[in-house]
Design a protein around this ligand. Sequence first.
Ligand SMILES: N[C@@H](CCC(=O)N[C@@H](CS)C(=O)NCC(=O)O)C(=O)O
Length: 277
Amino acid sequence: MITFYQFGNSVCCQKARITMSEKGLEWEAVEVNLFRNEQYASDYLKINPKGVVPAMIHDGKAIIESTLICEYLDDVYPTPRLIPPDPFLRTQMRLWSKMVDEGLHEGISEISFSAMFRERLKNSTPEEREVRFRNIGDPRRRDRFKSTYELGTQSPFVLYAVANYYKAFKSMEKALTGRGPWLLGEALSLADINMMPYVARLYYLGLLDVWIADLPAVRAWWQRTQQLPSYIAGLVAPMKPQEVEEMAKHGPKIRGELQDLVGQVASLQAQFQPVPA
Ligand SMILES: N[C@@H](CCC(=O)N[C@@H](CS)C(=O)NCC(=O)O)C(=O)O
């Protein structure tokens, strides 16, 4: 029996739901409304002391961190295998989860926040805002959050977000060119599933082509992904029409600014020179 604590449109919840769908699992969903600060409710903190979604209870044990939830599911329900058995390929698969956990997750929070949630937070009550800021225990996370709240796309954290996506898409293009159809080759793996929600969010914000307009292999991967039944069941189907509308409405407002930032990152990359041996 799986109990899955989630919030509809959260990227890390989508990742775990795609994994569960790929394996044909059934689960009971419990909504933790992040806009009502339910992630900080004392009962929920007993399950996930980090005060974030997702969390999963399986056989009475709480499992947190979406990357670990997906790996746990693959260990416990090995069909179909989403972690390659080959040790080298496993390291390749984990490089993609590291890319998400060490860059894209923060990146998409910054981009989504500056496009949509910033405005929502500005319109929330001073009490709700106060709880939000007070409960960011980690100093770096607090600085990031405040910076994007105050500066929007002018926050340096949005530039870092754009740069992380730039690197990720270039790596995807390289991995998929002349190979594929999936990131590790023939078989779909957690490498692909890790990336899907982070690409999908940009798509729904109307911003994806800012990065991938000239990356044909990534575009083909994205077309394939959109046909995948587990992607549809785990990400598309649970989305509410108003969430889709909100993304489509607010994303394009920051498009020009993001295009400028991509240009800045590209010229920085162009200055990179390997040191001759
Ligand atoms: N590394 C964590 C990140 C979890 C995370 O940041 N979740 C977001 C939603 S995608 C959240 O719950 N945010 C609530 C908050 O920041 O208060 C994971 O992958 O599970």
